[in-house]
Design a protein around this ligand. Structure first.
Ligand code: HSE
Length: 298
């Protein structure tokens, strides 16, 4: 029994929602082939497009699969092949795609003993291996689709949110690697009450905007007064890209996950493409290599 799947890229944080908000991209992602095997082992026999470990205990897909099988508690073997399009350290959920993709496929092959919500905690084990922290803001949207909110980590409580139909995301991925663990180390662990108030006001506003299809409210809630000022210095031309995206009509713009990718949300495909072209111009001048994607959220 074997399954070939698309493992989607995701944008985490969405500015105001550090470690709690994320969304799933429709067109950007990896492919994986996952098979049940007679030997009760987890093996990874092929990885194309990235230099990642084949040893299953060192690979996020392997670790997430093992977490699932431990809970399943029956002797099952799994083989995984990974065809990466999402680069490691890109900020669009590369490790989450592999972790979430693996557990989703294994669950299907076993006739779905777990719900997609239950799969999140297994996939989080992959995130823990990748970044030292078991955050769920990439694996949750990869598994549930659309926008998700991690309402609580202990106990884990993840909510799938409403997606306004015309919302589009533009992502620019400069081809430099920013490790999530490094980009987490620049964050301060103390936050002033003033900034906390601004941030949770924005999270509430963002979610209210999603549910009322209020694009302007979504836009003005896409503000991060806590993390972005510290992390944006790691990203070449961040301020210029943000200013350009907003000037072309993007609702909001910020760091995708832990960077270096930058995302912008727009209403409608036309604006999302305009934003893509404008930020392409900004980045072309840097001499850096980059990719740009325009995607629906699904
Ligand atoms: N919430 C995580 C972070 C996402 O920003 O560190 C990593 O992709």
């Amino acid at each position: 029994k074997s399954l070939r799947i698309f493992a989607p890229a995701t944008v985490a944080n969405l500015s105001c929602g550090f470690d709690v908000l994320g969304c799933c991209l429709d067109t950007v992602g990896d492919e994986m082939v996952v098979s049940l095997t007679p030997d009760p082992e987890v093996t990874i026999t092929k990885i194309e497009g990235a230099n990642l470990p084949l040893e299953s205990h060192k690979n996020v897909a392997g670790v997430a699969t093992k977490a699932l099988l431990k809970k399943y508690n029956k002797e099952v073997g799994v083989n995984i092949e990974i065809y990466k399009n999402i680069k490691a350290g890109s900020g669009i959920g590369s490790s989450a795609a592999s972790s979430a993709g693996a557990v989703w496929a294994v669950n299907r092959l076993l006739n779905s003993p777990f719900t997609n919500h239950e799969l999140i905690s297994f996939a989080m084990e992959g995130e823990k291996l990748a970044s030292g922290n078991a955050h769920a803001d990439n694996v949750a949207p990869a598994l549930l689709g659309g926008f998700t909110l991690v309402r609580s980590y202990e106990p884990l409580d993840v909510i799938k949110l409403h997606t306004p139909e015309d919302l589009m995301v533009t992502v620019i991925h400069p081809q430099i690697e920013v490790k999530t663990s490094d980009s987490r180390s620049v964050i301060k662990h103390r936050v002033s009450l003033k900034k906390a108030i601004q941030q949770w006001g924005n999270v509430g506003g963002f979610i209210a905007g999603l549910y009322t299809n209020n694009y302007q409210l979504i836009g003005r809630s896409l503000e991060d007064v806590i993390i972005e000022p510290l992390r944006s210095i790691l990203i070449p031309e961040f301020d210029a890209v943000k200013e350009t995206a907003l000037s072309k009509g993007a609702l909001g713009c910020g760091i995708s996950g832990s960077g270096p990718s930058i995302f912008a949300l727009s209403k409608g495909e036309k604006t999302a493409n305009l934003v893509a072209e404008a930020i392409r111009d900004v980045y072309s001048k840097t001499g850096l290599e980059f990719d740009i994607h325009v995607s629906k959220i699904n």
